[in-house]
Design a protein around this ligand. Structure first.
Ligand SMILES: Cc1cc2nc3c(=O)[nH]c(=O)nc-3n(C[C@H](O)[C@H](O)[C@H](O)COP(=O)(O)OP(=O)(O)OC[C@H]3O[C@@H](n4cnc5c(N)ncnc54)[C@H](O)[C@@H]3O)c2cc1C
Length: 470
């Protein structure tokens, strides 16, 4: 597909309905839209547009579809798979003006929102009304609901409450030809026709631009307790995940940090707490929530005893104050940033059946040793979703730039085919994981996915160069 370059005639078409401040052409200003949080990639868009309403987006897409100009939609740009990078040039549509919560329906436990609203701000807004929006990516203070829907983001609470897909009731979406469609209804039960809402959830900005969403809410949960379990082997930590879940108590979070991740994150924020001894190989962070505090204390004791009896923990400690809880969570939420500041790295976001966590982590560490990399593994143990950050650790340019891809194929072959896992649990395929998709999805199934894309966007203008190889 060859795309048209943007010229002054096309810019004047945009200026017929956008004001000058909504059309950004200067190199300096465009730089802020040329990167996301994926490695050190920089792809300059030819033009950035900042539409103010759904009609504007519809008009932009009609023009781009007519001239065959690539369009990449961007929210807060915190994605880790390069989804918001304009890899084919063209236009970046910044959603920054879509930042309003439109309605909180306290009778039906729903919120209707524009997509640029930050996850944390939405959580706080519904909490004030006695309601709860559970999906909480580790960087929930920085990422938007539109990005979360497009990536089907998860977070520490997914083990008990599910991921973004479990909360999206309906969407307003602008298609590549400028048509505005409405998927789903704001109902708990609705099986009328195909579920187009879920087609757009997790579609990584490749099928249409989301301009409005209605999300399901839950009643607020008032209490929580937090405990930290330390282990001298990853196997014991992995076994403890099953011990915990087999008690029948589902934690509201069940997170994992392997030794390297703990040390890198602790050093980064100069943290003394929680302790990591010479022998520590992994921590589990276990949060329980509910409205009956006494019951939570009983459950906490029960989990402690179960793990002490079965899994040989190094120590188990209870967070005794809000400050200690915050310290434990800060260490966990900071890990991705800490690894990025430590060394050049490739983020991997593998998902496996959770009983396979020890096998996966051991394989990753051996694989790293074989090729000279280092791994920092951490993530959502309760979901079997482990972020394996592969640090460059001084390997040559040839290995890092040319051989790593082959090495990763070997890794994903094991993860996907020997352990029945996936290349990505929540960060998406985007730009950087495209060549690994065929490791886990057969050609016939891939062709069906491509046909859906082709049906909705026959000129391949919306976020081209993502999910599929060219
Ligand atoms: C430190 C750190 C921790 C993280 N922790 C987690 C975690 O725990 N769980 C998790 O799931 N992710 C996590 N992420 C990844 C990331 O934050 C999520 O993918 C997030 O959902 C992206 O939101 P965003 O608003 O920044 O989207 P962007 O990066 O701007 O865009 C992401 C994708 O969504 C598309 N998109 C954005 N807005 C729209 C729209 N309105 N319509 C259609 N498509 C759109 C873009 O084209 C792109 O493909 C983390 C990232 C960082 C940096």
């Amino acid at each position: 597909m060859s795309y048209k370059k943007i010229d002054s005639h096309i810019i004047s078409e945009f200026l017929s309905f956008l004001d000058e401040k909504q059309v950004i052409a200067s190199e300096n200003e465009k730089l802020a839209y040329a990167q996301d949080k994926t490695e050190d990639f920089v792809y300059m868009p030819e033009l950035v547009l900042v539409p103010g309403n759904t009609e504007d987006i519809s008009k932009i897409l009609k023009i781009c579809n007519k001239h065959i100009i690539p369009v990449t939609v961007r929210s807060t740009g915190t994605g880790l798979s390069g989804g918001a990078l304009p890899v084919k040039g063209g236009i970046v549509i910044s959603m920054e003006k879509f930042n309003k919560i439109l309605n909180i329906d306290t009778d039906n436990f729903q919120i209707t929102t524009e997509p640029f609203v930050i996850n944390y701000i939405l959580q706080q807004a519904v909490k004030e009304k006695g309601l709860f929006y559970p999906p909480d990516p580790a960087n929930y203070k920085d990422c938007s609901i539109g990005g979360n829907i497009s990536e089907n983001s998860g977070g520490p609470k997914a083990v008990k409450y599910g991921t973004t897909k479990d909360y999206v009731l309906s969407l307003e979406v602008v298609l590549a030809n400028g048509d505005i469609i409405h998927t789903g209804r704001n109902l708990i039960k609705d099986v009328a026709g195909y579920n187009l809402t879920q087609l757009f959830v997790g579609s990584e900005g490749t099928l249409g631009i989301i301009t409005k969403a209605t999300l399901k809410l839950l009643p607020v949960v008032k209490e929580n307790v937090l405990m930290l379990m330390s282990f001298t082997s990853v196997e014991d930590a992995g076994k403890a995940v099953n011990t915990i879940l087999n008690t029948g108590i589902i934690p509201s979070s069940l997170e994992f940090m392997e030794r390297n991740a703990l040390i890198i994150s602790k050093e980064h924020i100069n943290a003394e707490f929680p302790p990591v001894s010479e022998k520590t190989q992994a921590h589990l962070i276990v949060e329980l929530d509910g409205n009956d505090y006494e019951k939570l204390l009983e459950e906490r004791e029960l989990l402690k005893k179960a793990v002490e009896n079965a899994d040989n923990p190094e120590f188990i400690l209870f967070a005794n104050s809000e400050e200690e809880k915050e310290q434990i969570w800060t260490l966990r939420r900071n890990t991705g940033t800490a690894v990025g500041d430590k060394d050049v790295y490739k983020e991997q976001d593998i998902s496996i059946p959770r009983a396979n966590i020890p096998k996966a982590v051991n394989y990753i560490n051996n694989w790293c040793q074989k090729y000279g990399y280092t791994a920092a593994c951490y993530g959502h143990a309760g979901d079997g979703n482990i972020h394996a950050n592969i640090l460059r650790s001084g390997v040559s340019d040839d290995i890092w730039n040319n051989k790593l891809k082959l090495h990763l194929k070997e890794l994903f072959d094991y993860i996907c085919n020997a352990l029945n896992g996936s290349v990505t649990g929540e960060h998406g395929i985007g730009f950087v994981q495209r060549e690994y998709l065929p490791v886990m999805i057969d050609q016939t199934t891939l062709n069906i996915m491509k046909s859906i894309k082709n049906l909705l966007d026959p000129n391949n203008i919306i976020n081209p160069g993502k999910i599929f190889l060219d």
